[in-house]
Design a protein around this ligand. Structure first.
Ligand code: HEC
Length: 95
Protein backbone atom coordinates (compact mmCIF):
# COMPACT_ATOMS: atom_id res chain seq x y z
CA UNK A 1 0.00 0.00 0.00
CA UNK A 2 2.70 2.47 1.02
CA UNK A 3 4.76 1.44 -2.00
CA UNK A 4 1.81 1.94 -4.35
CA UNK A 5 1.26 5.36 -2.85
CA UNK A 6 4.89 6.39 -3.38
CA UNK A 7 4.81 5.16 -6.98
CA UNK A 8 1.63 7.06 -7.60
CA UNK A 9 3.07 10.24 -6.10
CA UNK A 10 6.20 10.10 -8.27
CA UNK A 11 4.17 9.41 -11.45
CA UNK A 12 2.03 12.44 -10.62
CA UNK A 13 5.13 14.58 -10.03
CA UNK A 14 6.52 13.45 -13.38
CA UNK A 15 3.25 14.35 -15.13
CA UNK A 16 3.33 17.79 -13.52
CA UNK A 17 6.90 18.25 -14.67
CA UNK A 18 5.95 17.31 -18.24
CA UNK A 19 3.15 19.87 -18.12
CA UNK A 20 5.63 22.57 -17.03
CA UNK A 21 7.88 21.43 -19.88
CA UNK A 22 5.06 21.85 -22.37
CA UNK A 23 4.58 25.46 -21.27
CA UNK A 24 8.31 26.10 -21.79
CA UNK A 25 8.49 24.55 -25.26
CA UNK A 26 5.34 26.35 -26.37
CA UNK A 27 7.03 29.58 -25.46
CA UNK A 28 10.54 28.94 -26.82
CA UNK A 29 10.58 26.21 -29.40
CA UNK A 30 7.53 26.66 -31.66
CA UNK A 31 9.28 29.03 -34.05
CA UNK A 32 11.34 26.09 -35.32
CA UNK A 33 9.81 22.84 -34.04
CA UNK A 34 6.33 21.34 -34.03
CA UNK A 35 6.13 20.80 -30.29
CA UNK A 36 2.95 18.74 -29.96
CA UNK A 37 1.40 16.00 -32.11
CA UNK A 38 -1.14 17.20 -34.70
CA UNK A 39 -0.07 20.77 -34.37
CA UNK A 40 0.80 23.16 -37.14
CA UNK A 41 4.15 24.78 -36.90
CA UNK A 42 7.44 25.35 -38.58
CA UNK A 43 9.15 22.39 -40.22
CA UNK A 44 12.57 24.06 -39.95
CA UNK A 45 13.58 21.41 -37.42
CA UNK A 46 12.45 17.87 -36.50
CA UNK A 47 9.05 17.71 -34.74
CA UNK A 48 9.31 16.83 -31.05
CA UNK A 49 7.12 13.77 -31.51
CA UNK A 50 9.66 12.25 -33.89
CA UNK A 51 12.60 13.24 -31.67
CA UNK A 52 10.87 11.59 -28.71
CA UNK A 53 10.22 8.39 -30.67
CA UNK A 54 13.63 8.21 -32.28
CA UNK A 55 15.35 5.02 -31.13
CA UNK A 56 18.55 7.06 -30.77
CA UNK A 57 16.82 9.35 -28.28
CA UNK A 58 18.26 9.03 -24.82
CA UNK A 59 17.57 11.22 -21.87
CA UNK A 60 21.29 11.99 -21.55
CA UNK A 61 21.60 12.81 -25.22
CA UNK A 62 18.75 15.30 -25.10
CA UNK A 63 20.15 16.85 -21.92
CA UNK A 64 23.56 17.26 -23.52
CA UNK A 65 22.00 18.75 -26.64
CA UNK A 66 19.89 21.24 -24.69
CA UNK A 67 22.77 22.45 -22.56
CA UNK A 68 24.98 22.91 -25.63
CA UNK A 69 23.05 22.86 -28.92
CA UNK A 70 24.84 23.06 -32.24
CA UNK A 71 23.95 25.53 -35.00
CA UNK A 72 21.51 26.03 -36.65
CA UNK A 73 19.75 25.59 -33.33
CA UNK A 74 20.47 28.56 -31.06
CA UNK A 75 21.68 28.12 -27.49
CA UNK A 76 18.67 29.06 -25.40
CA UNK A 77 20.61 29.12 -22.12
CA UNK A 78 18.24 26.73 -20.39
CA UNK A 79 18.90 26.00 -16.73
CA UNK A 80 18.80 22.53 -15.16
CA UNK A 81 15.25 22.83 -13.94
CA UNK A 82 14.05 23.89 -17.39
CA UNK A 83 15.96 21.05 -19.03
CA UNK A 84 14.44 18.52 -16.58
CA UNK A 85 10.97 19.76 -17.46
CA UNK A 86 11.57 19.69 -21.20
CA UNK A 87 13.01 16.15 -20.99
CA UNK A 88 9.93 15.04 -19.02
CA UNK A 89 7.70 16.59 -21.67
CA UNK A 90 9.58 14.89 -24.53
CA UNK A 91 9.28 11.55 -22.74
CA UNK A 92 5.53 12.06 -22.45
CA UNK A 93 5.38 12.15 -26.29
CA UNK A 94 6.74 8.64 -26.64
CA UNK A 95 4.31 6.25 -28.27
C1 HEC B 1 15.80 28.97 -34.22
C2 HEC B 1 15.29 27.63 -34.43
C3 HEC B 1 15.22 26.68 -33.25
C4 HEC B 1 14.69 26.89 -31.99
C5 HEC B 1 14.06 28.17 -31.44
C6 HEC B 1 14.80 25.63 -31.30
N1 HEC B 1 15.39 24.68 -32.10
FE1 HEC B 1 15.78 22.71 -31.61
N2 HEC B 1 16.66 22.45 -33.41
C7 HEC B 1 16.69 23.36 -34.42
C8 HEC B 1 17.32 22.75 -35.59
C9 HEC B 1 17.50 23.43 -36.96
C10 HEC B 1 17.66 21.43 -35.22
C11 HEC B 1 18.33 20.35 -36.07
C12 HEC B 1 19.81 20.46 -35.89
C13 HEC B 1 20.52 19.37 -36.64
O1 HEC B 1 19.92 18.33 -36.91
O2 HEC B 1 21.70 19.58 -36.91
C14 HEC B 1 17.23 21.27 -33.84
C15 HEC B 1 17.39 20.10 -33.12
C16 HEC B 1 16.88 19.88 -31.86
C17 HEC B 1 17.03 18.67 -31.10
C18 HEC B 1 17.86 17.45 -31.50
C19 HEC B 1 17.16 16.58 -32.49
C20 HEC B 1 18.00 15.38 -32.86
O3 HEC B 1 17.54 14.63 -33.69
O4 HEC B 1 19.11 15.21 -32.34
C21 HEC B 1 16.36 18.84 -29.93
C22 HEC B 1 16.21 17.83 -28.79
C23 HEC B 1 15.81 20.16 -29.96
N3 HEC B 1 16.15 20.79 -31.13
C24 HEC B 1 15.07 20.72 -28.94
C25 HEC B 1 14.68 22.06 -28.88
C26 HEC B 1 13.98 22.64 -27.75
C27 HEC B 1 13.56 21.88 -26.50
C28 HEC B 1 13.77 23.95 -28.05
C29 HEC B 1 13.10 25.02 -27.19
C30 HEC B 1 13.58 25.13 -25.82
C31 HEC B 1 14.34 24.19 -29.37
N4 HEC B 1 14.87 23.01 -29.84
C32 HEC B 1 14.33 25.43 -30.01
C33 HEC B 1 16.23 24.67 -34.40
C34 HEC B 1 15.66 25.28 -33.29
Amino acid sequence: MAVALVLFASAAARAGEAQEGYLLVRQWCTSCHIVAPNQDGSDAAPPFESIANDPNFTEDGIRAWLSDPHPPMPNLNLNRVEIDRIVAYLQSLRN
